[in-house]
Design a protein. Sequence first.
Lengths: 203, 657
Amino acid sequence: MDSPTVFLVDDEEDVRSTLSRALKKRGFQVQSFESARAFLDQYQDDHGCLVLDYGMPDINGLELQSLMNETKLTLPIIFISGHGGIPESVQAMKAGAVDFLEKPFRQGDLVACIQTAFDRDLETREAALAQNAAKARFDRLTSREREIAVFMMENPSNTASKEIGRALDISPRTVDHHRARILEKLEIGSVIELVELSQIVRP
Amino acid sequence: MVSKLRKEGVRFSLGFVLAISLAGLQFIAILFVVTTSYVSSERAILEHARGLMERAGANAIEHTKRFLEPAGETTEQARRVLNSGLVGVKDRETMERYFFQLLQTEPQIAGINYGDEEGNFVYVMKSKGPGPFRTKFITIKNGIREVDYIWRTENYEVVARDKDPLDKYDARTRPWYIEATALDARIWTDPYIFFSSRQPGITVAAPVVLPGKGLQGVVGVDVEISDISRFLSDLRVSESGSAMILSETGSLLAHSDPNQIQVENADGSLSFANINDVADPISRAAFANTNSAPAESIGTQSNFEHDNQEYLGLFAPLAGIDLPWTVAVYAPEDDFIGEIKENRSRNTSIAAVISIFTALAGLALAELILRPVRAFAVRTALVSQGEVSSKAPLPRTYRELSKANKTLINEIAQRRESEAKVQELSRDLAHFSRVNVMGQMASGLAHELSQPLTAISQNVDAAISTAKQDAPANEDLIAILNELDEQAHQGGDVVRALRGFVRKDEGEIAPFNFNELLEQAKRLMRHEAEDHQVKLVYEPAADPNVIGNRVQIAQVLINLIRNALEAISTSGSRKRDIIVEPITKGDKLEVRVRDSGPGVPEGVKLFKQFQTSKEDGMGLGLSISRKIVETNHGRLWHDKESSDMTTFCFTIPRETE
């Protein structure tokens, strides 16, 4: 995966330039945008985090946050604000923001937030990758196998072949046969792993 | 004045109207009663008076007739006796005796005489002495004239005798003799003053004619009419009324006052007073009024005026006797109606006095009526000027006024209240808008400052990063930059504190940390406190979570701290401390702001005076502070119990699970 980037959106020229310079000096990769619109136009679901000014004309910070949530852009957001209203900060945090920093903030705080955000982004992306892989494996199953796998995932305490056979009106033998095929196709060793895998696929 | 009052539509004062109308009405009523009763009784009494006078007149006439008639009858009788020869015309002794008897029977006859053609004369008359009767004989014998007097007692006994050779009396020359012989009938002479008795009288004379011998002489009867005057004076027409008898020529024959009748002529002889010369002016006036023409008809009314007095007059001819006399009766009106006149004037003065009293009573009554009204008016004026509370007890007044007052006072109270409210509101509004503008400005300022501070902070960070890249690292520069960073962040802290006060969450009651607020207040007030050399001590709250409007509570807190600062700095006291201590009290957080200032002066109503102490203050007045606290479900008060320091307290509801 690429090294993470700090995406910076702030309408204040001074803040944008000084902040991006300071972060670059600290070794971060920084891309800055003067507006939410400019950011949306260029962003390609890259790895990193978003340092977002709350108060901006046209699309403000909170609005960009909700837009990104709608379009499944999972980039973690750190709000910076010159206004510092409690309700806004509460709203931002509820919508998944990493933090809400009031300007002027201490660089240490921001860097800590950026690190947290990077970690979160990394996790998110890894989870997404795992999910995709699991999905791909599930796709290998036949419909009958899928049926049995789903039953087992839904009834993790009831995975005996007899029970499954009775429930799906097939012989336990057949169930046993399918079960072996399922474990092979999904590249797992036990039913317990199947349950774990199901949780990745359907978080 | 009156027209001015009219123009202004102002009526006269109630008292004046009441007094005048009461007095006027009473006066008119009494006057009316008095006048009508006076007029009717006057009419009745005058009618009666006229009747009285007529009766008096008739009495006078009757009496006069009765007085004179016997004389006529006596004369007639004597003539017949002499004519018939029962008493011979020459038998003078018998004649004397006969005359004597006649004289005794008729008291009003003064004397009886007989004079013959030869000049002989017998005259028996009443006398004053030496005997009650006197006979006068004039005897002509052979041309020699002899006059003898004989005085006798009632029993015809001779008392004295005398002779008078100087007497010149001749009956034949007397008017009565001449007239009687000329007319050959009984005649009444005009009244005259008797020669011998010097009394007024008249003589009835009749000729004595013997059959075949012709005229022998004339018999005459003298009647003294002074008795009529006496009668008239006894008649008493009224208190001061008079009666009189006048002859054809206007001579006064009889009068209530007998002295009026005679006058002494220049030669010493006596004659009747003429009515025009009479001493009594009233009589003169009475007669003057008749135009000197004695009335023909019976009972001519003739009222006249003399000396400003009304007189009732009555003139009547002496009917029944062939004498052309007139009886006049007059009396001052006042004799009859004087009393009722007096009564009238007395009543009028009583009416006037009563009216004056009534007017005074009216004034007093009006005063009595007006006093509550006036008190009411004064009170209303005072209330409307706000010098008296509309709730102050109403002075004693009338129910009607009391009702009107209620409405009026309510109206005034409402107006004053709404005026006060409007004033208060506009003041509050001005204040809030000022605070609001300040807030907005502060908010903008905070935002504007936050950007360069952020930029500074970032640049410092970049500089530090750069400095660290140098080898060897420039430690001095890094230290400077770190300090610079710290200073930028201090600036940032101030901005944040300021922003904390003016957050846009105004009007919302929400949970917040009071200690945070306290911290921000401390930061904001630090500079001011240092300016005043006051030590600000803040105790953090043990349970800092409270519910309220953060901005408003902050304003109240700042305001209380400011007041305390100001109190200390204006007093110049040596101890200069302000302690803010939040204490948990049940479900409330009680914040006590205590200062070492001089305290609240006596008599100052803290929460009634709406002024903020400073025109440019961000702080609010205590009353507004109290209102703010109350809308945040708390209380604000001045704790007088607190001993050593001036203490203001307010409460905020705590956030409880």
